[in-house]
Design a protein around this ligand. Structure first.
Ligand SMILES: NC(=O)c1ccc[n+]([C@@H]2O[C@H](COP(=O)([O-])OP(=O)(O)OC[C@H]3O[C@@H](n4cnc5c(N)ncnc54)[C@H](OP(=O)(O)O)[C@@H]3O)[C@@H](O)[C@H]2O)c1
Length: 440
């Protein structure tokens, strides 16, 4: 079985090493030896030190390499030339294993259609949550069940940053610098901290969970750049922790039939007792709720050369077995074609912390703003803010209080409009923090 590897970076070099190291076991598991026939890279003549790999295997002509393999592993990343190389490989009859979430979330249907047309496999376990077996369980193990919700921490960088903010009280910028110094964040951390990476993964998860095509552009995305030390402190006071969550959720109509799905990425408070709250540092975890299976959680290393290579090689073995036996694994399934709900329609809960004047009638005005938007309040907590001396004109400083409101679930649009209305009330001196609440 001829295997071509395109990309020899963080993931590709681990894949090459494991292919060589485990070649006997892999041959026994597949039923045929896997022969690495070439490694496509961009820069010629660069010193490459992958133990056991013949330097003659490296080539800068990936376009030619993909035409002489039974299985092509694409770990280049990005949209082009990855997409053209994958399509070319399929045209020449190769099955493809990729870790490329960006490409799958942007243009997955083109690749799925090509795989079906050419009768080959397209497997991509490593594209979401690195080494954690997650996509195959969703696609195969849960194929007889009905998934209602997938909620997870799918970006290690942002989890590391939020974890440091929680445990050390650091602000966002300091926590990012520390993550960069330790190699957990890129020099340009935009794709992670702005939620682009998590949104691509959410699109892939939602497509599989709900048998509906979801692309990155369909995902509501908010990153963690606006999360402040005050938000983290507010979460602590609620016995919660702030996490960047990818949430894929099905909404049912009154008869219990699926009415639509919402797919979103945003920071949210979750109770410290929730299993996702215990996911520390750069680890990933995904929580799945299915009708019959109930609650499941998948936890592990979401990135890194070796964990990701483990997922890639698992796919290589699967597609190689299919070729030995003849046939292919399950392809894309988008039969349900559920409508995609906008963020405004997603049912969420808010934690809102307000700086208000501490005098009679304030609570009533605040409660009215909620009622006018049909948002029901779950809890209200008021804490007097100690007076900080006299006002600049010499009069006594006005009494102030910190008012914390947690709502019941309501359409996100209603909650967001309520926050605007609250901010406009003369008795509200400022909105300290607004954060969605999940997992309660
Ligand atoms: N890193 C992780 O932990 C992780 C986890 C999950 C998924 N992934 C996914 O895995 C993929 C690879 O990530 P990575 O971190 O390994 O990337 P990387 O370290 O930047 O490596 C990219 C590799 O692709 C090669 N390459 C770039 N352009 C090429 C071209 N035009 N033709 C042939 N080869 C080309 C590069 O060649 P040179 O060596 O010559 O530069 C390099 O070897 C991405 O899709 C990423 O999203 C990564």
């Amino acid at each position: 079985m001829r295997v071509a590897l395109i990309g020899a970076g963080v993931v590709g070099s681990s894949v090459a090493q494991l292919l060589i190291e485990h070649s006997d076991d892999l041959a026994a598991r597949v039923g045929r030896p896997l022969e690495l026939v070439g490694i496509g890279v961009r820069r010629a003549g660069r010193a490459r030190s992958v133990p056991g790999v013949d330097p003659a295997l490296f080539t800068t002509d990936a376009t030619e390499l993909v035409t002489r393999a039974d299985i092509v592993i694409e770990v280049v990343g990005g949209i082009e030339p990855a997409r053209s190389l994958i399509l070319r490989a399929m045209e020449h009859g190769a099955s493809v294993v990729t870790a490329n979430k960006a490409l799958l979330a942007e243009d997955g249907p083109t690749l799925y259609a090509a795989a079906a047309r050419h009768g080959v496999d397209l497997y991509f376990e490593a594209a979401v949550a690195g080494g954690i077996p997650l996509l195959r369980p969703l696609r195969e193990s849960l194929a007889g069940d009905s998934v209602r919700k997938v909620m997870g921490i799918v970006n290690g960088t942002t989890n590391y940053v939020l974890d440091k903010m929680d445990t050390t009280g650091q602000g966002f910028a300091d926590a990012v610098s520390q993550a960069q110094a330790l190699g957990y964040a890129e020099a340009d951390p935009t794709a992670d901290v702005e939620g682009f990476d998590a949104a691509a993964k959410a699109a892939i998860l939602a497509s599989l969970a709900f048998h509906t095509r979801v692309a990155s552009k369909d995902v509501h995305r908010e990153g963690i750049t606006e999360v402040t030390a005050a938000d983290i402190q507010a979460a602590k006071e609620m016995d919660c922790v702030v996490k960047l969550l990818a949430i894929c959720e099905r909404t049912d109509d009154e008869n219990g039939s699926p009415a639509g799905i919402s797919v979103r990425v945003h920071p949210a408070m979750i109770p410290r007792r929730h299993p996702l709250a215990g996911v520390r540092e750069a680890f990933n975890a995904v929580f799945v709720e299915a009708q019959a299976a109930g609650q499941l959680m998948f936890y592990g290393r979401g990135a890194g050369g070796e964990p990701t290579a483990s997922a890639v090689l698992g796919d290589v073995v699967a597609v190689a077995r299919h070729r030995v036996l003849g046939g292919r694994g399950p392809g894309e399934s988008a039969y349900a074609d559920l409508p995609l709900l906008g963020m405004g329609q997603a049912m969420t809960r808010y934690h809102i912390s307000l700086d208000v004047a501490d005098r009679p009638g304030v609570l009533a005005q605040v409660a009215t703003a909620f009622a006018e938007h049909h948002v029901s309040i779950e809890t209200v907590r008021q804490q007097q803010v100690p007076a900080s001396g006299d006002a600049s004109d010499g009069s006594a400083a006005a009494a102030r209080a910190n008012l914390v409101v947690v709502t019941h679930a309501a359409p996100d649009a209603a909650l967001s409009a309520t926050v605007d209305a609250l901010a406009a009330l003369p008795v509200v001196r400022g909105v300290n923090s607004v954060m969605r609440v999940e997992g309660v």
